[in-house]
Design a protein around this ligand. Structure first.
Ligand SMILES: Nc1ncnc2c1ncn2[C@@H]1O[C@H](COP(=O)(O)OP(=O)(O)OP(=O)(O)O)[C@@H](O)[C@H]1O
Ligand SMILES: [Mg+2]
Length: 230
């Protein structure tokens, strides 16, 4: 198992498009790169839904007398998510240590192929999941997702502070769900945090359909290639 780049897609703010952009990022690269997704959202895993593999259970394989989950594969993208293990209509009501244990298990028990890039779909917040992912995985860096809304911006500033404290490099941010007639100001942070790209609010993206978003996918691909090939 060798993984060339590990990139977390994160924001303390909920609902800004972390899971959607993780899936689109993987899809934009999957024809030219070997891509994996680790869904680190234990309470609200979404990747199995976005890839329509909800009913597929991961195979258990043995390697050197240790048991591993084989990631689910969709369009050649390897996906490991608690959503494939726990039934989707059952809530996981766990305290922090159990949450951390579940993330740890997903990290240590997934048997990835050799990957060019592994995206980690982070949950909202700045707590246990962030500490666990950052201590268990040697992240190359993080891509932040935010809308231009002041609540999202404020929470993203907290996310920047979290990753600074945890010594994880920040590649930049994607401004997501921009509106056609710009409402409010363009999203900016301090000079150290640069904009990777902008993705508009788009009906196809909302419906997770790849129709009519080839321009967005190309822009996303080119922006990500700069990061993964750096
Ligand atoms: N560019 C976009 N255009 C249209 N809809 C979008 C876009 N990005 C995300 N969405 C929609 O916004 C909602 C929230 O997206 P998503 O679940 O990916 O956010 P999230 O940050 O992962 O949320 P959570 O914090 O709960 O994990 C979804 O309904 C998704 O379809
Ligand atoms: Mg999500």
């Amino acid at each position: 198992m060798s993984i060339k780049k590990i990139i977390a897609i994160a924001s303390a703010k909920g609902g800004v498009g972390k899971s959607t952009l993780t899936a689109l990022s993987a899809l934009s690269l999957c024809n030219d790169y070997k891509v994996g997704i680790l869904d680190a959202d234990i309470y609200g895993p979404n990747q199995q839904i976005l890839f329509n593999v909800e009913n597929i259970k991961p195979e258990i394989i043995s390697k050197n007398s240790k048991k591993f989950f084989k990631p689910i594969s969709s369009k050649g993208i390897e996906i490991s998510s608690m959503g494939s293990i726990i039934e989707s209509d059952k809530a996981t009501i766990w305290r922090g240590p159990m949450l951390s244990g579940a993330i740890k298990q997903l990290i240590t028990s997934t048997y990835w192929s050799d990957l060019d890039v592994l995206f980690i779909d982070m949950p909202p917040g700045t707590g246990d999941a962030y500490l666990t992912v950052c201590s268990e995985i040697d992240l190359d860096g993080v891509i932040l997702v935010s809308t231009s809304n002041i609540l999202s911006k404020t929470d993203t500033i907290k996310t920047i502070s979290t990753f600074n404290k945890l010594d994880v490099p920040i590649f930049g941010y994607i401004e997501n769900m921009t509106l056609p007639l710009s409402v409010g100001e363009e999203l900016t942070f301090n000079n150290d945090i640069h904009k990777i790209t902008t993705i508009s609010f788009n009906e196809s993206i909302y419906n997770m359909s790849l129709n009519n978003i080839s321009d967005e996918m190309q822009i996303l691909k080119e922006s990500l290639e700069k990061i993964i090939n750096a």
